[in-house]
Design a protein around this ligand. Structure first.
Ligand SMILES: [Fe+2]
Ligand SMILES: [Fe+2]
Length: 149
């Protein structure tokens, strides 16, 4: 059993975003496993992969929010910035933590990464779907980008 599992509660029903969220969860699980291994180098590299993945995802997601003119775009960007800052802080703290402390840190970061999807990302799902249904021309390249099905 992975540490964090995908659930329907995290489903934005926007295929490309959901695919990226699943990859993020895989990376959180890899951080958890790396912390359990007690190898500091493995943990640092797993954290770096998570941070890189989250950063790429946030850039993509913000592009989507701007494309649909989502009212909460600015606020959402602020939340993303804060998450990246916190992940960086976790990585720094892990670098000087004991194996037991590193495990505690790894356990603590998973839930709030998932909470962001559950609470904040689900807010804009309906607006993106509405935009795809009503506003986007059938050949709009943005459709491909978000994985309109
Ligand atoms: Fe997201
Ligand atoms: Fe987000």
């Amino acid at each position: 059993m992975p540490y964090l599992a995908w659930s329907d509660e995290l489903d934005t029903k926007i295929p490309e975003l959901d695919a990226q969220h699943r990859v993020m969860i895989d990376h959180v699980n890899a951080v958890h496993d790396a912390a359990a291994s007690g190898e500091a180098g493995t943990l640092q590299s797993a954290m770096q992969h998570l941070i890189d993945c989250v950063r790429r995802h946030f850039v993509f997601e913000e592009k989507v929010l701007e494309a649909i003119d989502f009212a909460g775009t600015r606020e959402h960007q602020g939340v993303h910035e804060n998450i990246l800052k916190q992940l960086q802080e976790y990585q720094d703290r892990m670098a000087s933590a004991s194996p037991a402390e590193a495990e505690e840190l790894a356990d603590a970061l998973g839930p709030w990464v998932v909470e962001h999807i559950r609470h904040d990302d689900l807010d804009f799902g309906p607006t993106v779907r509405e935009w795809l249904r009503d506003a986007a021309p059938p050949d709009d390249p943005f459709r491909k980008l978000v994985g309109d099905s």
